[in-house]
Design a protein around this ligand. Structure first.
Ligand SMILES: Cc1cc2nc3c(=O)[nH]c(=O)nc-3n(C[C@H](O)[C@H](O)[C@H](O)COP(=O)(O)OP(=O)(O)OC[C@H]3O[C@@H](n4cnc5c(N)ncnc54)[C@H](O)[C@@H]3O)c2cc1C
Length: 389
């Protein structure tokens, strides 16, 4: 067993840590206050390879592999978990879908996405369903020119700045559940597409929102993959993405723990540094031990993916655990900063709000356990039975 990094991985991580410190962290609070994504920062993040690292070389990406990509999620998560979520998870999921498109469309959309010139949204959730995504109602009707899409998508990240969306809609009204769903590339500037922002408590630079589709027509080649393949396309990247989200939470928690350890060594009460009180140091040691345990499970899951091994159970475990553990750690760190922790001058309150959203995104913690249950108990014990994809 080797816990070390290769020289390439160390170099990549060093460059990312530098980027996170100099370019990302200074804009973290600003984007929150303004409620907007900084597109210049997004472009720089893409130029660092944060979106193309999960795209195969044959599709124009730099294909760094799951473990190196995980290091990126953790490093950027320390400085800005929202940017990490947008570029690495949402960008990565959309890029997976777009690899099913014809080469001309990949050139027109995937290439500019990897350079940071276009932003894509991943539109699966609807107002009436998120966890039970196979119950979606948006429909796509075949026409002589292409497909007309109608319906409503809700809760979707990056809706407001998006230039395009990967939209999941039902092409077969009779096929049950997941089987009738297809995936489409939808440019956001075509007739019949409208959007509306959501007012979130955190994750503000993710600019989540709703998409309204009213007979929005796309050409035939905007169908990604085959008709009926949409749900498979939606789910194919979720295992790895869940681990990335977990590592972003871990990054945010580790940054906060480091800051808090330093603060408790500086801050005195009763003529002693507060770090010398076990009521303080044991709290931080316990959080650090839990965060490190789940961090190692994340890298095991990514290593398994790299070996071509099934890693759904591990992905479910870490997505269920990491956001909760990170939230608990950040909450205690906030309190250990006394009243300063409660101010907007420190990044702790923002991290708390942002990480709470990651507990829900890409599957809530309860639902992440369903993924683990499928592996532990068998498909017969799933809430929706064994028949779904
Ligand atoms: C920050 C953020 C970013 C997001 N980005 C996107 C995006 O880019 N694209 C997109 O399509 N969606 C996105 N979402 C939406 C997200 O995927 C859904 O919110 C999530 O899947 C849950 O769906 P829901 O909100 O409809 O809750 P519901 O499915 O209605 O669930 C409500 C509650 O019931 C629980 N529950 C449901 N079924 C079970 C069960 N069988 N057992 C136990 N508990 C259960 C859930 O865990 C939850 O607590 C985002 C959400 C957030 C918060």
């Amino acid at each position: 067993m080797d816990f070390g990094l290769t020289q390439d991985q160390r170099d990549f991580l060093g460059a990312l840590e530098d980027f996170a410190k100099k370019e990302v962290a200074p804009l973290y609070a600003k984007q929150d206050r303004e409620g907007r994504l900084d597109r210049g920062l997004w472009k720089k993040a893409c130029q660092m390879g944060l979106l193309s690292m999960r795209v195969p070389i044959k599709a124009g990406g730099i294909e760094l592999g799951p473990v190196a990509s995980g290091l990126a999620s953790e490093a950027i998560g320390k400085a800005d978990p929202n940017l990490a979520t947008g570029v690495i998870v949402v960008g990565g999921l959309c890029a997976l879908g777009l690899q099913k498109a014809a080469p001309t469309l990949q050139k027109a959309y995937l290439e500019p996405m990897m350079k940071g010139d276009k932003i894509a949204a991943f539109a699966l959730t609807e107002p009436h369903c998120g966890t039970d995504a196979a119950a979606l109602k948006a429909r796509a009707v075949k026409t002589s020119a292409g497909y007309k899409l109608s319906g409503e998508k809700s809760g979707v990240s990056l809706v407001m700045p998006a230039d395009l969306a990967v939209v999941f809609a039902r092409t077969d009204q009779k096929a049950p559940g997941a089987k009738g769903i297809s995936a489409f590339l939808v440019p956001m500037d075509i007739n019949g597409v409208a959007r509306q922002p959501l007012l979130d408590m955190g994750g503000k630079s993710l600019e989540r929102g709703l998409i309204f589709l009213d007979e929005a027509e796309v050409p035939h080649d905007h169908l990604l993959g085959e008709e009926g393949e949409g749900f498979k396309i939606a789910m194919q990247g979720f295992d790895e993405s869940r681990v990335h989200l977990a590592l972003m939470c871990i990054g945010a928690a580790k940054a906060t723990l480091d800051e808090t350890i330093a603060y408790t060594k500086e801050r005195s009460a009763f003529q002693r540094p507060i770090a010398t009180f076990e009521g303080v140091s044991f709290v931080l040691a316990e959080h650090a031990s839990l965060i490190e345990s789940v961090r190692l499970l994340c890298y095991k899951a990514l290593w398994m993916k790299e070996q071509g091994l099934k890693h759904s159970k591990e992905a479910g475990f870490v997505k269920a655990l990491a956001p909760r553990l990170a939230t608990n750690a950040i909450r205690d760190c906030l309190a250990l900063h006394g009243h300063y922790g409660y101010t907007l001058d420190l990044p702790i309150e923002q991290r708390l709000r942002d990480i709470l959203g990651l507990e829900i995104a890409d599957g809530t913690s309860q639902v992440s356990k369903i993924v683990a249950v499928r592996e532990l108990f068998g498909k017969e014990y799933l809430p929706y039975g064994p028949g779904r994809l």
